[in-house]
Design a protein. Structure first.
Length: 358
């Protein structure tokens, strides 16, 4: 594996022409999210509550679904909070480096979202997830709820695979990495929820259209790659080696040095975003109102994640300020790295229409 030396590295500007938006009741969402987290014992004490507030997960939810009903954006904040807690348990907490234990934990979680009342569960995240399932039973159609449960389980399975790769130091090839990254962002269940929060759900047939499935997958991969890119400089400075990070995967598979692999990652991300924008415009020509609203939420997720990350402690430098710069102008196309639309697991995106430019 390519063990890369520590050193300073600048993150290039990240292109995003999608306008920023945020839910008008953000303050109320924050109040709900902190209270909900305390009630379900996801945090204990003032220090953990302060850390949770600084992470501004409620603000991320408010950016993801800026047009949602208040109940809808609160449900998004609750589910997002839980995904952060699960990730922390796996990445930094007691389940780090223990894939077998994490697999058993994931099995308990996978049953909590759609089963009958649990009584008084001892594991806080299981109880919190059960509460989310209870909320969804009152606000989401059975079909969409089943889709969300399925995608939640797919994401948990991907998290278990990633945990195994990390502990065994198994560096994935580019296609294996991409296939798993499509799920580990948690975007699949989050977009299922986003399809219900504006008060009207798209028809199942619309959500199953190949173009809409591709837009959903692209949304997840863009968010995952943006997270990889934004965290890369800090990880290198801190001496963190991540076998599931796009620039590190590119460094191994293309032989590029850190700066080159970062530039390749940004170029790949820009090509996928350009494809997303073109395909969105194509779908918009025939989209019914509920589908158009859902696709607008996908756009808000792409831009909202960047706006949130620009102020997130995860992506700030010791001197203060963010390592992230967002630009509305697309940089010149860099073709030195792999063509993302030729990666086997996502190559089907490029076959949807000859009119869509990558």
């Amino acid at each position: 594996m390519n063990e890369q030396p520590r050193g300073s590295l600048s993150i290039p500007s990240l292109w995003c022409p999608i306008p920023s938006r945020i839910h008008p009741q953000r303050a109320s969402v924050t109040e709900f999210q902190l209270d909900w987290s305390l009630r379900h014992r996801l945090v204990a004490g003032d220090a953990e509550l302060t850390r949770l507030a600084r992470a501004d997960i409620a603000g991320l939810a408010a950016r993801f679904v800026p047009r949602a009903t208040l109940a809808g954006v609160r449900a998004m904040a609750a589910l997002l909070t839980l995904t952060f807690v699960i990730d922390d348990l796996n990445d930094e907490g007691p389940l780090r480096g223990r894939p077998d234990e994490f697999a058993r934990y994931a099995s308990a979680l996978s049953r909590a979202l759609d089963r009958s009342p649990l009584g008084e569960p001892t594991e806080p995240t299981v109880g919190a997830l059960h509460d989310i399932g209870r909320r969804l039973r009152h606000s989401v159609s059975p079909g969409l709820r089943a889709r969300l449960v399925r995608d939640f389980r797919l994401t948990l399975a991907a998290e278990v695979r990633e945990s195994t790769h990390n502990v065994r130091r198994l560096p994935p090839d580019l296609d294996t990495y991409v296939r798993n990254r499509l799920a580990t962002t948690w975007v699949l269940p989050l977009t299922d929820l986003a399809a219900s929060v504006d008060g009207a759900e798209p028809a199942p047939a619309d959500l199953d259209r190949p173009e809409v499935r591709a837009l959903t997958e692209m949304t997840g991969l863009i968010l995952g790659w943006d997270n990889d890119i934004c965290g890369y400089a800090k990880d290198r400075r801190d001496g963190v080696v991540d076998v599931n990070n796009l620039p590190d995967v590119l460094a191994r598979t293309t032989g590029a040095d850190p700066a080159e692999s970062l530039a390749q990652a940004v170029a790949m991300r820009d090509r996928v975003l350009a494809h997303w924008l073109a395909l969105r415009d194509q779908v918009a020509d025939t989209a019914r109102p509920a589908l158009a609203a859902h696709i607008a939420n996908l756009a808000s997720m792409i831009r909202g994640h960047l706006d949130w990350a620009a102020a997130c402690p995860r992506h700030t430098v010791p001197q203060g300020g963010s390592v992230i710069r967002i630009s509305s102008a697309r940089p010149a196309c860099d073709t030195s790295g792999p063509d993302p639309l030729r990666i086997p697991s996502i190559a089907w995106w490029g076959r949807l229409s000859s009119k869509v430019a990558g």
